[in-house]
Design a binder for this molecule. Structure first.
Ligand code: ZN
Ligand code: ZN
Length: 422
């Protein structure tokens, strides 16, 4: 029977030929996070739907249009996580992590799910590296988190390919004035807005700013900007952030149009943007969310974080010619002829692996010629042919495949491992 079932639209297999690139990305981001004091947290793939309604916001595109929400067999509404911050904060609160030393720094590598139109670098199941710092209200924390992203991008050689844009969207205190300004602006063109945005006009006019409908975004382009409505505290915070970025030597531009599409952000928002993959793309976005911990039932706790889209980062790395460390290949292929030699080769391969050597032997019952062809196909660095005479002599010729040079080596795991490591 022919297999007709295909991967769901918007999902992607990562095959062995590229998984090593993912592993390198994951290793580097986690290494940088660890240097900055962030420790990994893992949380469930699905959560109570209310978690995302409360945190991401029920008037956002994410919650209104893009979530994978369903009822489980116990009639509970559950949702595949559309982002990582909500689950992180839920886990932090449920496990009492804010009771120990602050700030708390946690990070994650995880897949997220959004029902969006699939396009290059944007999938329905996508992967994010994210980090959250909880407990500090200081703009130094904002600058430190941004500096960490900058260090990660620099390690990937992307410092010149990605630019930082920052903005402040204020706090609940100054946002009332800003909302009023947005309402009166959008009210003039109410009839042109999409149906979703017409309801947003009353409930949460800021969300009209990130509506993806062309008409709404055209109208939004002329809307008042939050920077003009900041209270003294928010203005001072934004000013301090910029002074610290300058002290870190991090270049940036202020873009008053950045609002991020999630309700929980306050004050600082930022994006790292690239033009190297055709259309302009955000590689990393984040900001401060001083009200979220309390919104989810915790004590008032200032916090901030970011998420980096790994599919998009990979596209940028490939477009920029980043050289991944080569995939590890088989170090020694042990070819064999005859029953005794097969047994010896299998035993040696196992002993070599225990010694940390990537070794392979025949498991297909192939002829010697076919074994050598296979060793060539998998790119084995060295081969050795073991037959009755080699067994009798206790040594065999080890051949370096790229040069064709051979050298005799004792047929023991220790001797072979030493030979390969020299
Ligand atoms: Zn404010
Ligand atoms: Zn709209």
């Amino acid at each position: 029977m022919e297999v007709k079932i295909k991967a769901p639209r918007g999902t992607q297999d990562v095959l062995p030929a590229e998984s090593y690139q993912w592993q390198e990305i994951e290793r580097i981001v986690m290494e940088e996070a660890s240097r900055s004091g962030f420790a990994e947290i893992r949380f469930p793939t699905f959560e109570d739907t209310a978690l995302f309604q409360r945190s991401v916001g029920d008037t956002t595109d994410v919650v209104q249009k893009e979530m994978y929400t369903f009822e489980d067999k116990g009639n509970r509404s559950v949702t595949l996580r559309p982002e990582g911050t909500a689950g992180t904060i839920r886990a932090v609160l449920e496990n009492g992590l804010l009771g120990s030393a602050l700030p708390l720094r946690v990070c994650y590598l995880t897949s997220c799910f959004r029902y969006e139109k699939p396009q290059a670098g944007r999938l329905r199941e996508f992967h994010q590296f994210g980090a959250e710092m909880l407990g500090s209200a200081s703009p130094v924390a904002d600058a430190e988190v941004i500096a960490m992203v900058q260090r990660i991008l620099t390690r990937f050689g992307l410092a010149g390919a990605v630019r930082l844009e920052i903005n402040s969207i204020g706090c609940p205190k100054c946002r009332a004035d800003y909302h009023a300004a947005l309402r009166s602006y959008f009210a003039q063109r109410r009839d042109e807005l999409c149906a979703t945005c017409q309801t947003r006009l009353d409930k949460n006019p800021m969300r009209i700013l990130d509506c993806k409908s062309p008409v709404c975004s055209e109208i939004a382009a002329g809307a008042p900007v939050g920077l003009d409505y900041l209270c003294d505290e928010c203005a001072a915070h934004f000013d301090q952030l910029q002074r610290h970025l300058k002290a870190f030597g991090i270049g940036y531009t202020v873009n008053p149009r950045i609002v991020r599409g999630l309700d929980y952000y306050t004050k600082t928002v930022f994006e790292f943007i690239t033009d190297t993959i055709g259309a302009q793309g955000t590689v990393c976005g984040g900001g401060r969310y001083d009200g979220l911990v309390q919104e989810l039932g915790g004590a008032p706790t200032p916090a901030l974080g970011f998420a980096m889209g790994l599919e998009r980062l990979l596209l940028v790395l490939r477009a920029s010619g980043y050289e991944f460390q080569p995939r590890e290949v088989c170090a020694l292929y042990l070819a064999s002829m005859g029953d005794q030699a097969h047994l010896a080769a299998a035993g040696l391969a196992d002993a070599l692996r225990r010694a940390g050597v990537r070794a392979e032997c025949d498991v297909m019952g192939r002829s010697l010629k076919a074994q050598m062809k296979y060793a060539d196909k998998i790119g084995a660095r060295y081969t050795v042919v073991i037959g009755d005479s080699e067994l009798a002599a206790g040594k065999a010729a080890v051949k370096e495949m790229c040069s064709g040079e051979t050298a005799d080596c004792t047929l023991s795991a220790e001797a072979l491992a030493a030979f390969l490591n020299q």
